[in-house]
Write a protein that binds this ligand. Structure first.
Ligand code: 5GP
Length: 132
């Protein structure tokens, strides 16, 4: 059964898209811990990140790096934090979270409530800095 992320990749569920190539897709997390919180996913349906074949996993990190560099240019933050949980959605993904302290990447924090317009503004700004 296709995961919710496959439906997003296929355009069956809307998202605020950041980037896409033949193998990977990045979009804003709908329940962000911080403005610009982005998910990077492989198009290949695999539940667990470390079940990905080595070359695909390595390439996914390079793709995530490009997204993180664009996030850093747009979102004021000290670092872009990287997290892997996968407790909610069984489709491998990397969280990229702009942060100023470790407290910003606590998944128990209340999530930001953003208007559609703001999500789109953030996505557009990150996209404008992307060098894929
Ligand atoms: P995890 O599986 O890493 O524990 O969490 C999955 C993440 O995916 C959560 O941060 C959640 O907000 C995000 N998420 C779940 N469903 C959707 C969705 O339909 N759209 C988007 N953009 N994000 C989602």
């Amino acid at each position: 059964m296709p995961s919710i992320f496959t439906k997003i990749i296929n355009g069956e569920i809307p998202c605020y898209k950041i980037a896409e190539d033949e193998r990977f897709f990045a979009f804003l997390d709908i329940n962000p811990l911080a403005k610009g919180h982005t998910l990077v996913v492989p198009k290949q349906e695999t539940d667990y990140l470390f079940d990905l074949e080595d070359n695909l996993l390595a390439a996914m990190n390079v793709f995530a790096k490009k997204v993180a560099l664009a996030q850093k240019k747009v979102i004021p933050c000290k670092r872009v934090g990287v997290a892997v949980l996968g407790l909610e959605v069984p489709h491998a993904h990397i969280h990229l979270i702009p942060m100023n302290s470790e407290a910003d990447v606590n998944f128990r924090n209340p999530k930001l409530q953003l208007e559609a317009q703001e999500f789109e503004k953030i996505a557009q700004a990150i996209r404008s800095q992307l060098e894929l």
